[in-house]
Design a protein around this ligand. Structure first.
Ligand SMILES: [Mg+2]
Length: 416
């Protein structure tokens, strides 16, 4: 069995104005949908970022996959490395964290190859990863401050404006009512620190038994982070990326009572030795999209276990192919100690047949069926590709976007 054809389709998915320390989400988020077509007719699905660096990397590597045996994942990696000069460089130069393009591209293709393997063998991807240790994979509610409506729109979206602690608690109640999430994560770094502390206390009051997290994406100074960490003693299960860099995280970790988590300071295997030596982070957020794939993420899990680190899972805005891959990975990773992040509840559409998946009691059932257990809705793919072409958006730029709402807005890191 060999790969005969590689289809890469960029899509734009309608989004809403969720705030973060960089700015605000654009009216669409971008993804790339991958179809690997084999000579047997089996088609493997993958999904990853859709910004132009990723898309170019996928397209530059596509020809090198022709003739590949989808079981030869080491060969896949070598072919991608050779196709991308100098490892392809970083994936997103404007992002806070710079993922290696070679990891991003090979990961997306690896997922599609494992989808093919599963379909051939009539086994799920989680079976290929060692078998599910849990049938239900729990996710956390991802809470955002937000503007009421997209720039240029006349009416609020159904969530309305959320820019106060009380409004955020109301948003959490709605997400909980609709999805049953058992833990809550706030995207922080948006309001002044004292308002975000107040928000966490109000969440604690409204949800006395839910584990809570806050993630300001490294926008606080070390002193501010220590002050906030001490103020939230007993409130947080972990504090995510309060500051940037391993040395900054280590300085905060020495002073605050709760574990520090990261998807910014430790994003490659090569970052682990320094972080472990300095005890900079206690929980690593895995993400198969940039850690190098599903199997590499399992490797990360074993290293976390060996070094006594907790393991959680990071998310960007994504569709149902990524959601299925994340669910299979989480189901087959015994020491995934925390509920996974996902942006999925914030959108209203999907490219998989059957449409948007529903959470029950905050969890998803591991998809049945061979491979990833999802199929592509080709009409929806065409619709979202048409939106991509019409939108003119080719990169994510939250800072540029927020200037439509707040003229002259300047991004500062750290801000507080
Ligand atoms: Mg994060």
């Amino acid at each position: 069995m060999i790969i005969q054809n590689v289809r890469i389709t960029p899509v734009a998915v309608p989004d809403i104005p969720l705030l973060n320390c960089k700015g605000v989400h654009q009216s669409v988020f971008l993804r790339s949908v991958i179809e690997l077509v084999t000579d047997t007719g089996i088609v493997g699905l993958g999904e990853t970022y859709g910004a132009k660096r990723t898309l170019a990397g996928l397209r530059e590597s596509a020809d090198a996959l022709i003739g590949l045996d989808p079981f030869h994942l080491n060969d896949l990696r070598s072919r991608v490395v050779q196709a991308l000069p100098a490892g392809g460089g970083v994936n997103a130069p404007t992002a806070v964290a710079d993922h290696q393009l070679v990891d991003v591209v090979s990961s997306a293709f690896e997922v599609a190859c494992m989808d093919i393997q599963g379909k051939l063998l009539d086994r799920s991807v989680s079976d290929l990863l060692g078998g599910a240790v849990r049938r239900q994979v729990p996710f956390s509610a991802y809470l955002f401050f937000k503007f009421g409506r997209l720039a240029g729109h006349a009416e609020d979206d159904r969530w309305g404006e959320v820019r106060t602690p009380d409004a955020l608690v109301e948003e959490a109640r709605t997400l909980y009512r609709e999805n049953g999430f058992k833990s809550l994560k706030l995207k922080g770094g948006v309001l002044e620190p004292d308002l975000e502390i107040e928000t966490m206390f109000k969440l604690r009051e409204a949800f006395p038994h839910h584990p809570l997290r806050i993630d300001p994406n490294g926008v606080w100074t070390v002193d501010t982070a220590i002050r906030i960490g001490k103020a939230l003693d007993g409130v947080l299960e972990y504090l995510e990326d309060p500051v940037l860099g391993i040395d900054g995280m280590a300085a905060v970790a020495r002073e605050v009572p709760m574990p520090l988590a990261t998807n910014l300071a430790v994003i490659e295997f090569e970052h682990l030795p320094d972080s472990i030596a300095k005890n900079a982070v206690q929980v690593v957020l895995s993400d198969h999209h940039y850690w190098g794939g599903l199997r590499a993420s399992k490797h990360l899990a074993r290293l976390c276990q060996a070094f006594g680190l907790g393991l959680s899972m990071h998310s960007n805005s994504h569709l149902g192919i990524s959601l299925a891959a994340m669910t299979h990975l989480a189901a087959s990773t015994p020491n995934l100690n925390y509920d996974c992040d996902t942006h999925y509840p914030w959108m209203d559409t999907d490219v998989v047949t059957g449409g948007k998946r529903a959470f029950r009691d905050g969890a998803l059932t591991v998809p049945d069926g061979p491979g990833l257990g999802v199929e592509l809705d080709h009409d929806k793919l065409t619709e979202l590709n048409t939106l991509y072409e019409a939108s003119g958006v080719t990169d994510r730029d939250d800072t540029n976007e927020i200037q439509k709402y707040i003229p002259g807005y300047v991004r500062k890191v750290p801000r507080w």
